[in-house]
Write a protein that binds this ligand. Structure first.
Ligand code: ZN
Length: 844
C-alpha cells in the first residue's frame, strides 16, 4: 500500500514537473523557419497557446477582444514561476503604486509590455513576437530566466490581426517562388488599400486615446488594468531606412518627466550595444516625436510608462528585397533586429527593476499631489447636450479618469473654450468637474489644456485635438484646484406619458444619437419630416432640424406606434407627442417648410485614388456609428456604375485622376436630376474650377501678386535660406493639423443641431473663396489663426475669408463641398453631425 501511494505521488509530481506538452520552437511548431514565410494570424495564436500549454507554471495567454473580422485579440504574460503565483498581487501592487488602488505595495517587479504589428503591413513584427516568447521560456536561454525573476513581460503579438492577414494573404498570393528581390516586382507593391490599417481602414496607431475602433477599446481596458513601466510599439518604416529606436525626437510634450527622457536614452544605449556588435545601422532622436497623445508610444508615456516606438526598415520588402544601397534585406534580418531589441529592452528593464518602480511611483505621486501643469481643473457645464455629456463621461471612464461634482456652487473664473478668453462664470453642483490631481493627470493635460506648448514645430502628426472643441462643449479650464466632492450623477431621462394614438411624434435633433434615431426610423421605411425653422409646441421650443413623425404618410407601417416608440426607447430618446399639427408658434406640421426627408441611398467611392483612411472613416461612420447601409463603389469600375440607383454619392479625400470631362458631365447630370454629391477635402479639390461646378480657385489676381511681393520682400530681408533650415522654412506654408473657429449659417440645414460656431480640425492647406453661386454655410471670416495648434504664417493668410462648408443647388440636386474632413479619425463629434446633415437634411 505504501509503495503504491509513493508511485502515485511520483506520477503526480511527474505531471507537475514535466508538463504534458513539450515546448516546441517556432520552427518545430510551424514546420518552417521564421522568416521563410509570412505566418497567418491564426497560426501565431496557436503557437502562443502552445507555449502557454507547455509552460503552465509561468505563461498565460488570454483573449482580450475580437476584431471586426472576428479574429481573436490575445496577450500573453510571461514571468518566473514565483512571480506567476503572485501575478494578481503584482498587478494590484502596481496600481497601488500609481494611486489607482488603495494600499501599500509589497512586491517590486518591472512590467514590460511589448506590442507588435499595429500596422498590418509592417509585417515582421508578429514573426518577431514568436521568437521573443520562445527565447523567454526555452530552458536553453538562461539569461532570460534571470530577467524574468524580477520582470513580468506582457506580449501583444498582433494589435491589428485583420490588417496583418490582409498583408500576409496578399503576399502569399502574389509573391514569386523563390521570393523576388526586384523592388519593382508585384510582391513589393501592395494594392489598395494595403495592410497597414484595420478592417475599417483606420490607423490604429492614431487611435489609442480616441478608441474609435474595437481593437483600441479592448486594448485600453487591459492596458489600464496593468499600467506597465515600459511599453514598446514595434513598427516598420520604408525598407531603405536603417533601424530607429529611442530616444525619440523633439518635440516632447512638457508633461514628460526627466526620468522618462533619461531612461529612454538608457534603453537606447543598451539596444545600440547589440546593434554595434553586429554592425547594424540605426538612428535615434530623429523623426519620431512624443506629442500627439493617441500613439502607442505617447499614450503609455502620459500614463507613466517609458513609451517607445521601434522602427525596422521593411515596409514593402516582402521576404527579400534589394535596397537602394544595393544590399539584400530579408524578413529574417528584420525579425532578428526586432527580436534583439525586444530582449535588450527586457534586459535593461530587469537590471533597473527597482528604479523603474520607484520612478513610476514618483511620477504618480507628483500627479496625485503636486501636478505641474498650469490648468488644474476642467469643468464641463451641465447645460451641454446630455448625449454629448454621456459620450464624453463614458470616454473619461474608459481611461480611468475620475470625475464628479463640486461640493458647492460658486462664482469662478477660467479659460472659456467658447471664447478663448478668461471669463467669469457660475460653477454649479450639476457641472462635471475633473482635476489633474489624479493618476491620469498628465494625460488629461495633453488632451484638454487650452494651448499645448510645442518645443519644435516639426512634428509627425496633427498639433491639436482638444475634445472640448471636437464636441463643441461649453467648458472651462481653471488654474485653481476644485476637489471632487460627489460622484457623478447623470441626469435621468424624464419618462414620457404617451397617448395611444398621437397625431405626431416629435424628437430633438442635436446629437449623433438623434441621427441614429433618424437612421433607424428610415431603415424601417418610416416617413419622417424635419422642421426647417424653430417652432413652439405645448409651450416648448423646438430648434430647426427637429424630427417629426406624423401618423399620416405612415399608415402602411404595421404596428406604427410600437415601432416608433421601441426605436426611441432603445436609443433612450425623449419622446414628445402632439395631438395636433397646429403649433403654438412657427410652421404647422403640414407646412411646405416642414420638409419631408427622402430616404437616402448612399454610394461611397473607394479604391485606388481614394484615401484608404478617408474611405474607411465614412464607411465606419455609416456601419458602426449610425448603422445605416452604404454601398462602396470602387474607382476602377466607377465609370460603368448606374448612379441613378443612388441618391447620395460621397467622394472622400483622395488624389483623383478619374474625373475627366465625360465623367464630370455625367455626374453633373446626375446631380441636376436630383442626386446629392458630397465632396470631402481633396475630393472637393478634384471638382474645383471644373465646368458645371461652383467651387472656384482663387483667381490669379492682385491679391496673389501682393502676397508674392510681400513674400519676396520678406526673403530679401532674411537673406537666402540656409540648406539646413530648408525643412523648417517650408513649415510657414503648412498645417499639420490645427483647430480653427468657423462661422456657421445656422439657418441652413447643413448646420442643424450645431451652435453659432463650429471648431474645425484643419488637416490640409486647401483654400477656396466663398461660393458665388451657393450657400456658404461654414466660413473662415477675416484674419485667421488657429485657436489651438500650429499653422504656418503664410497659410494663415491664405485662409482669410475662405470656404469650409458650402452647398451648391443644381437643378433638383445639390453639391456639398467639405473642404475640411469632418469625419477625420472619427473623433470629431460635431464634424460627424455636419456630415450627417449633408446626408439626411440638406436639399429637401
Ligand atoms: Zn508603423
Amino acid at each position: 500500500m505504501k509503495k503504491l501511494t509513493f508511485t502515485f505521488l511520483l506520477l503526480t509530481l511527474n505531471h507537475f514537473i514535466f508538463p504534458q506538452t513539450k515546448l516546441q520552437s517556432p520552427t518545430e511548431f510551424l514546420g518552417y523557419e521564421l522568416g521563410d514565410r509570412f505566418t497567418r494570424h491564426y497560426r501565431m495564436v496557436e503557437y502562443f497557446n502552445h507555449v502557454a500549454e507547455a509552460n503552465p507554471g509561468n505563461v498565460r495567454v488570454q483573449q482580450y477582444g475580437e476584431t471586426y473580422e472576428h479574429r481573436p485579440l490575445i496577450y500573453s504574460i510571461i514571468t518566473s514561476a514565483d512571480n506567476f503565483k503572485n501575478l494578481e498581487q503584482i498587478r494590484q501592487d502596481n496600481l497601488r503604486r500609481a494611486g489607482m488602488l488603495e494600499g501599500t505595495p509589497a512586491t517590486k517587479v518591472a512590467i514590460v509590455w511589448l506590442s507588435y504589428n499595429v500596422h498590418g503591413n509592417e509585417a515582421n513584427s508578429m514573426e518577431a513576437s514568436m521568437k521573443t516568447i520562445y527565447e523567454l521560456v526555452t530552458p536553453g536561454n538562461t539569461k532570460t530566466k534571470e530577467w524574468l525573476k524580477n520582470t513580468v513581460v506582457i506580449i501583444d503579438p498582433c494589435i491589428n490581426p485583420d490588417g496583418r492577414d490582409r498583408y500576409a494573404n496578399y503576399y502569399n498570393q502574389y509573391g514569386n517562388i523563390p521570393a523576388n528581390n526586384d523592388p519593382q516586382a508585384r510582391e513589393h507593391r501592395e494594392p489598395w488599400p494595403g495592410g497597414r490599417a484595420n478592417h475599417y481602414l483606420f490607423d490604429l496607431n492614431r487611435d489609442w486615446a480616441w478608441e474609435s475602433q474595437t481593437e483600441s477599446k479592448s486594448r485600453i481596458k487591459i492596458y489600464n488594468q496593468w499600467m506597465p513601466h515600459v511599453h514598446v510599439d514595434f513598427h516598420e518604416q520604408g525598407y531603405n531606412s536603417p533601424y530607429y529606436f529611442a530616444p525619440a525626437a523633439e518635440p516632447f510634450h512638457e508633461v514628460i518627466s526627466n526620468w522618462q527622457r533619461e531612461f529612454q536614452t538608457t534603453i537606447g544605449k543598451n539596444n545600440a550595444k547589440y546593434f554595434d556588435e553586429q554592425g547594424w545601422l540605426y538612428f535615434t532622436k530623429e523623426r519620431f516625436d512624443l506629442f500627439y497623445p493617441s500613439y502607442g508610444d505617447t499614450y503609455p508615456v502620459y500614463s507613466g510608462a517609458i513609451g517607445m516606438t521601434y522602427e525596422q526598415g521593411g515596409i514593402g520588402a516582402g521576404l527579400t528585397v534589394t535596397t537602394n544601397e544595393g544590399d539584400p534585406l530579408t524578413l529574417k534580418d528584420r525579425l532578428t533586429h526586432h527580436f534583439t531589441n525586444g530582449l535588450s529592452t527586457i534586459e535593461i528593464s530587469s537590471l533597473n527593476a527597482a528604479k523603474l518602480n520607484d520612478e513610476f511611483e514618483r511620477f504618480f505621486k507628483e500627479n496625485n499631489t503636486n501636478p505641474l501643469a498650469a490648468y488644474k481643473t476642467y469643468i464641463i457645464k451641465a447645460e451641454n447636450n446630455p448625449d454629448k455629456i454621456k459620450k464624453i463621461t463614458d470616454w473619461l471612464g474608459t481611461h480611468r479618469i475620475q470625475f464628479g461634482h463640486a461640493a458647492a456652487g460658486k462664482p469662478a473664473r477660467g479659460f472659456d473654450y467658447s471664447t478663448q478668453a478668461q471669463n467669469n462664470f457660475n460653477l454649479t453642483t450639476d457641472d462635471i468637474v475633473f482635476n489633474i490631481y489624479q493618476p491620469k493627470g498628465r494625460f488629461i493635460t495633453t488632451v484638454f489644456e487650452p494651448q499645448s506648448k510645442l518645443t519644435d514645430s516639426l512634428t509627425y502628426d496633427i498639433t491639436a485635438w482638444n475634445l472640448f472643441y471636437s464636441y463643441g462643449l461649453k467648458a472651462f479650464a481653471l488654474n485653481e484646484k476644485i476637489p471632487l466632492a460627489k460622484n457623478y450623477q447623470p441626469v435621468p431621462l424624464a419618462a414620457s406619458a404617451i397617448p395611444s394614438k398621437p397625431y405626431a411624434y416629435v424628437f430633438n435633433y442635436q446629437s449623433l444619437t438623434d441621427v441614429e434615431l433618424l437612421a433607424a426610423l428610415m431603415k424601417k421605411g418610416i416617413k419622417v419630416r424635419a422642421s426647417e425653422k424653430t417652432f413652439t409646441l405645448n409651450g416648448q421650443r423646438f430648434d430647426p432640424g427637429t424630427i417629426i413623425v406624423t401618423r399620416r404618410n405612415n399608415e402602411g407601417i404595421a404596428d406604427f406606434d410600437n415601432v416608433v416608440q421601441l426605436i426611441a426607447k432603445e436609443l433612450s430618446r425623449k419622446i414628445h407627442v402632439s395631438a395636433t399639427g397646429f403649433v403654438d408658434k412657427g410652421l404647422d406640421f403640414g407646412s411646405g417648410d416642414v420638409n419631408y426627408l427622402k430616404i437616402p441611398k448612399v454610394a461611397l467611392l473607394g479604391g485606388d485614388q481614394t484615401s484608404a483612411l478617408g474611405h474607411g472613416e465614412v464607411w465606419h461612420f455609416f456601419e458602426q456609428q449610425i448603422h445605416y447601409p452604404v454601398s462602396a463603389i470602387p474607382t476602377d469600375y466607377f465609370k460603368t456604375v448606374d448612379l441613378t440607383k443612388y441618391t447620395i454619392l460621397i467622394v472622400p479625400d483622395g488624389n483623383y485622376r478619374l474625373f475627366d470631362e465625360p465623367q464630370l458631365a455625367a455626374i453633373e447630370k446626375w446631380v441636376s436630376d436630383g442626386g446629392r454629391l458630397i465632396l470631402i477635402a481633396n475630393g472637393a479639390a478634384a471638382f474645383a474650377d471644373k465646368k458645371g461646378f461652383a467651387l472656384k480657385e482663387f483667381a490669379d489676381d492682385d491679391a496673389k501678386k501682393k502676397a508674392e511681393k510681400e513674400d519676396k520682400e520678406q526673403k530679401e530681408k532674411e537673406g537666402p535660406v540656409k540648406y539646413a533650415d530648408a525643412e523648417r522654412k517650408e513649415l510657414s506654408n503648412n498645417i499639420s493639423g490645427a483647430i480653427y473657429k468657423v462661422s456657421l449659417d445656422k439657418t441652413h440645414p447643413l448646420a442643424f443641431g450645431l451652435d453659432d460656431f463650429y471648431y474645425t480640425l484643419r488637416t490640409n492647406e486647401l483654400h477656396y473663396p466663398y461660393l458665388e453661386h451657393g450657400w456658404n454655410v461654414g466660413t473662415l471670416k477675416g484674419k485667421q489663426k488657429p485657436v489651438i495648434g500650429f499653422a504656418g504664417s503664410k497659410i494663415n493668410k491664405k485662409l482669410e475669408n475662405t470656404l469650409v462648408f458650402g452647398v451648391e443647388d443644381k437643378g433638383r440636386g445639390q453639391v456639398v463641398y467639405m473642404i475640411d474632413n469632418p469625419t477625420f479619425r472619427c473623433f470629431w463629434e460635431n464634424g460627424k453631425m455636419i456630415f450627417a446633415n449633408a446626408v439626411f437634411m440638406v436639399g429637401q
